[in-house]
Design a protein around this ligand. Structure first.
Ligand code: NAP
Length: 237
């Protein structure tokens, strides 16, 4: 496991699922973790679990569909810590699975806003703070359907593919001119609310717990990976 003592990490989607597990693992590794999401009660519960393990965290409720909210969040991190060492972008929405011809444009637009526009806004707003770190890293959670589209996954696949392209381009734009290192991680099938929504008939015990992904991400942060690094987390990593 990495030693992240003295480092500041911000995790989107930290209220539940993979983001919450990564936040807790980062805190156990010594980082101060800024927990973002919309559900304040869930964020407080994650924060309490971190405190109970002797870690340190701060909740920062933000709706990623609000670009001004993302800007305010970056300003708050700048004022309090003046830098960001690790940005983990786990938050995403899964629109209803349906044929492309039937996609509801209102729901699709919301998914594009949260999954794509917010990704660009996070990159933009946190770039100066990451540049202030001596070892800045950005971890983006992607999905296999971004590169390998499947029937009925069109809205989600298109939004995640667009976001992944932005992250990859950003990694290429920064790798020779900054210390930033970008990791694009496909967590694979993981036991979360999103997975249950996509596969309601699946036995949740047949897929790995979010902690498996979290442990791999925290271990990766201690490795000398080159940017952009791509990896899929196996069922038993
Ligand atoms: P999840 O359990 O549904 O959690 C999604 C998180 O995103 C929640 O913390 C939620 O927080 C946050 N979020 C959603 N809309 C938001 C908004 N408008 N503003 C701020 N936060 C918002 O999902 P997950 O399974 O942990 O997925 C995490 C990442 O892994 C995603 O990027 C997903 O695409 C990827 N992934 C997951 C799987 C899997 O099997 N689980 C597989 C492949 C890829 P609030 O509701 O509190 O806002």
């Amino acid at each position: 496991m990495s030693d992240l003592a003295g480092q500041v990490a911000l995790v989107t989607g930290a209220s539940r699922g993979i983001g919450a597990a990564i936040a807790e693992a980062l805190a156990k590794a010594g980082a101060h973790v800024v927990l973002t999401g919309r559900d304040t009660g869930l964020l407080e519960a994650v924060e309490q679990r971190i405190f109970d393990c002797g870690g340190s965290a701060t909740i920062a409720p933000v709706d990623l569909s609000d670009a001004d909210g993302i800007a305010r969040l970056a300003n708050a991190v700048a004022e309090r810590w003046g830098k960001l060492d690790v940005l983990v972008h786990s938050a995403a929405v899964l629109p209803e699975l349906m044929a492309v011809k039937d996609i509801d444009q209102t729901a699709f637009s919301k998914a594009l806003t949260v999954n794509v526009l917010a990704t660009q806004a996070l990159i933009s707003r946190f770039d100066p703070l990451l540049r202030a770190s001596s070892d800045p890293r950005f971890v983006y959670l992607t999905t296999s359907v971004a590169a390998a589209p499947r029937a009925f996954w069109g809205a989600y696949a298109a939004s995640k593919a667009a976001a992944e392209a932005l992250v990859d381009c950003h990694a290429q734009e920064t790798r020779n001119i900054s210390k930033l290192r970008v990791a694009i991680i496909d967590p694979g099938a993981t036991r979360t609310a999103m997975r249950a929504k996509a596969y309601p008939g699946e036995d949740p015990n047949s897929v790995k717990q979010p902690g498996v992904v979290a442990d791999r991400v925290v271990t990766l942060l201690g490795e000398q990976f080159s940017s952009p690094h791509r990896e899929r987390v196996n069922q038993t990593s």
